[in-house]
Write a protein that binds this ligand. Structure first.
Ligand code: DQA
Length: 148
């Protein structure tokens, strides 16, 4: 019987997302990053996907992770770097793997400076405004994309 290698997603959380649950809970909710990560791992394993999760407050460390880690599809909430980082955009383009951009809040309904994403142009798609459910929807979309 053929044995397919398990596909692997990499989930990257950008700056300040380590403070989820305590940070502006009116906007970002009261669930901690640890709890979100547990849910991501649970949905991924239910769908037969491996999941590696990485959080950093540093742009360069995020670029290094995008380039250096082994994965088939990237799920990334670049947080504030969404609106500033050509380096993260270029890393995603350089690696050439499918990428799903996730935002907890609806960036399009917030301040003007949040309405521009440097990441969207190199992403397969974007999920914004659905709270932490967005990460779980992204894992489900990842499974579909990787099974094609
Ligand atoms: C965010 C939206 C960004 O504008 C903000 O800088 C964040 C979080 C979100 O998930 O809604 O840190 O990416």
């Amino acid at each position: 019987m053929g044995h397919k290698k398990m596909k692997k997603i990499l989930v990257i959380h950008g700056p300040n997302l380590n403070m989820l649950g305590r940070r502006e809970p009116g906007i970002y909710g009261s669930v901690s990053l640890d709890d979100i990560n547990k849910k991501i791992v649970a949905v991924a394993s239910e769908l037969g996907l491996g999941a590696d999760i990485f959080q950093s407050n540093s742009e360069g460390a995020i670029v290094d992770a995008i380039q250096g880690k082994a994965y088939d599809l990237l799920i990334i909430n670049p947080a504030a770097y969404t609106h500033t980082s050509i380096a993260i955009r270029d890393a995603i383009a350089a690696v050439g793997k499918p990428a799903i951009e996730v935002h907890i809040s609806n960036i399009h309904a917030r301040e003007e400076f949040r309405q521009r994403s440097f990441i969207s142009g190199v992403a397969t798609g974007q999920i914004a405004g659905l709270g932490i459910e967005g990460y779980l929807l992204a894992v489900r979309a990842a499974q579909k994309i990787l099974s094609k």
